[in-house]
Each structure stands twice: as structure tokens, then as C-alpha cells.
Ligand binder design. Sequence first.
Ligand code: BES
Ligand code: MN
Ligand code: MN
Length: 456
Amino acid sequence: MEQVIARIREARQQHQDQMLELLRIPSISSDPARKRDMEAAARWVLNKMQAVGIRSEIVTTPGHDIVYGEVPGPAGAPTILVYGHYDVQPVDPLDLWDTPPFEPVIRDGAVYARGSSDDKGQLLVHLLAAEAVLALHGELPVTLKFCIEGEEEVGSPSLTPFVADNRDKLACDAVVISDGSFFARGVPSLVYGLRGLAYVEVLVRGPNRDLHSGSFGGAVTNPADALAGLIAALHDGDRRVTIPGFYDRVREASAVEREGFASLPRDDQGYMEELEVDGLQGEAGFTTLERLWIRPTLEVNGLWGGFQGEGAKTVLPAEAGAKLSMRLVPDQDPDEVADALEKHLAALAPPGVELEFIRHHGGRPFLAEPGSPYVEAGARALEMAFGKKPVLTREGGSIPVVETFRAELGAPTVLMGLGLPDDAPHSPNEKMDLDQFHRGVEAAAHFLYLARKAGA
Ligand code: BES
Ligand code: MN
Ligand code: MN
């Protein structure tokens, strides 16, 4: 093991260079104009796998490619499946980036680029760990499979059926994923729950054209006004979502679990300072961590309608729209919740406007069954690499395929995120700390050996 770690440390510069290479490919999965770049990123991952000595292939799908790879381990050793995603989020608003999103630069010990933390830097860690072990020993302690997709940021529409159709190919004793963050700098965490997602776009259409707001205002339903009213009606004074049935399937967290959250080192004051806000808002009766981890929410992600140019144009817009997301917890169902939202909005809409809904991608919430020895192995691996025992946490974000892995493969998932809470994934100036990255490679190597013992 010392040799493996020494080799990983010697290769830091090469590791970093490779991360930068992958980060230069603008693989934005939601942008059809980036199809070529998506293919280039998949090919980059494939080439890297082949250089490492992983038997690998590109699996084409109706959407973006999946890169699949396999290294057979010793007879009787457990099988570990590594999952990650090479696609990234869009970069807008571009003017808020200090340096261009696909021209990675190193500042203050971190790499700044879109995808650095989410998820290119983190997925690479597992390839580099396998590379070090294979280079030294010619064999891994486990059978290792890789499933790296290009559609995570758009809800994994192709991977979900791929998993269901390839249960034998993907069969494993545990899945390991690095696509998240530590609880805090210096505090590694293992995540045992993820929220799900339902995403609905609503368009509000009124009169057949934009109207003079003096000549028509007050007599004709204003779609922007109607939309604002609809959105406001979706929460009550306690910030509970008013959609009938919204909370019906919510599994309440136990007192023990909530006490566990309360014992975590959490500082709302520091959170507010970091975000430069003078207050927080959320469902009454819950702490910040509970609001993020065990409660479902509804949020506006985008909102438009009417005059956006400079100055004041007196106009009553003919249409307005919003993009609404709902974060879900077990056992809420994304389709059911989206149906309920649409029904509720349709019932609330004033006369004189019509609503149109566009259903976007979603994902199911995930909650691990406790007690997996592989999760224990993940905890030990993080502790060995970072010198600190991880805390057990849930997450507010979503990784849609995790619940699919649980349901289809019946294997536990070890969620060992290697980012930091201030990495700004999805935001301008996303970064990955180099120390997290390099130690992450060590953690991934430790995990291979500890997983072997966990399977014994
Ligand atoms: N890596 C994130 C999910 C995540 C965020 C995990 C924070 C842990 C901490 C993932 O890439 C992501 O952004 N998922 C989307 C899913 C959606 C597009 C279906 C999300 O949560 O918005
Ligand atoms: Mn991610
Ligand atoms: Mn993401």
C-alpha cells in the first residue's frame, strides 16, 4: 500500500495535467451544439481507460455515449462498480466567470473550470487510482467496472434503461461514486441519502398580443401577474408547499436521525456570511440541514415575461413563464408530484390565461439501507487519505441513477464526495481544490483494498 501511495504522490503533476485536459472539453450535455464535444469527452475517457489497461468500450445511446470499462480481479474478489459523469452544466452567466470556464487555471491551490468538481475531477480520481495499482502490481484487489455517462445533468435518460437492460454486465457487490462534497473543509462525509427531482416548466398565455398597459391594464388578465400570483400561492406562510397531497408520501425522519444532524458542526451564521445574506427562509419547524436533506421543496429556477430592456416600456405581456423544480424525499414519486403540481396550478389559474406545461427530466430520491461493509470501507478509505473520520450525512442534490442502481442491481452505493461545499458546481467560477483531488486519488486506492476485505 505504501508503494501505491508513494506512486500516486509522485504522479501528482501528471494527474493534474490530465484533469486539465479533460476540463478543456466543453461537454455540456443539454446543449445540442455541443454534440461533438460530448463525443470528444467520451473518447477522452475511453482513451484514458485504455491507457490504464481497462478493457473498455463506448456504448452509444439515443442520447450521449456511455463509457463502460472492466478490469477482472482475482478469483473470489468482490466486484466494485465506479460511476461518474463526464457531462457538465451550462456556463451562463458567462460574464460572472473570472476566467473562461473551459480554460482551466490554477489559483490558490484550486483548479477553476466548469466540471472541475462536478464531476470530471472526481470521476478521474478512480481511474488514476486504478492506474497506479495496475502499474505497480499488474492486478487490482477487486474486479473493477466503470460506468461513466454523459447525461447526468439532464436526468440520465439513457443510462436508466441501460442499467435495467444490462444487469448482468453491471452486476456488482457495491457501487462507488465521487460526485459530491465533504460536509465542510476538513470534514469528510459519507452520504446515505439524496433528494429526488421533478422539474416542470409552466407557460402562461393571455391575449393574442402584447398590449398597451394603460389602454388594457386592469381589464385584461396579465399573464406575468397571473404567474406571480400562481407562484406565490404555492407556499403558505410557513413555507409549506400547498399542492394537495404533496407531503403524502414523505417518510418522516426519526428522532435519532434528526439528533444526528443536530450534532454535526453546523453554523447558519457562517453560511449567511458566506452567501452575504441577512436571513434564511424555509419550512417552519425544521433546521437548515433538515430543510435541505429530509424535506421536499419547490423552487423557481427561472422566471420571465414582459419587458426586460432598459428603461420603462408600458406593456402588458402576452405571455410569461417559469421553470419550477421540486426536490423530493423518499417515498415521493417524481411523476406523481409533477401531476399534482400541474393540476393544482390549472385549478388556481385566473380566467383569461391558459397554462401550458413542459415536463423536464427528474429523478427518484435515494435512501441507503444502513450497515453495508462497503460503506464502512469507504469511511476507512476517507479517513486514511484525509486523516479524519467522516460524518454520515444526506444531501440536498440529486444523482438520478443511484436509486436505479439500488433497485436494479441490489447493490449498496458508497457516496464518497471529494469536493468542498464552496466548489460552486453549476455556478460561475466552479473549482476543485487540488489537495482534495490528489488525496481523493489516495482515498480511491485505499478503497480498492478495503473493499476487498469488506467482501471477504
Ligand atoms: N453532483 C450533483 C449532485 C450533487 C450535488 C450531489 C450536491 C451531492 C451534492 C449532480 O451532478 C447534479 O447536479 N445533479 C442534478 C440532477 C438533475 C439534473 C436531475 C441536480 O441535483 O440538480
Ligand atoms: Mn455531479
Ligand atoms: Mn451537477
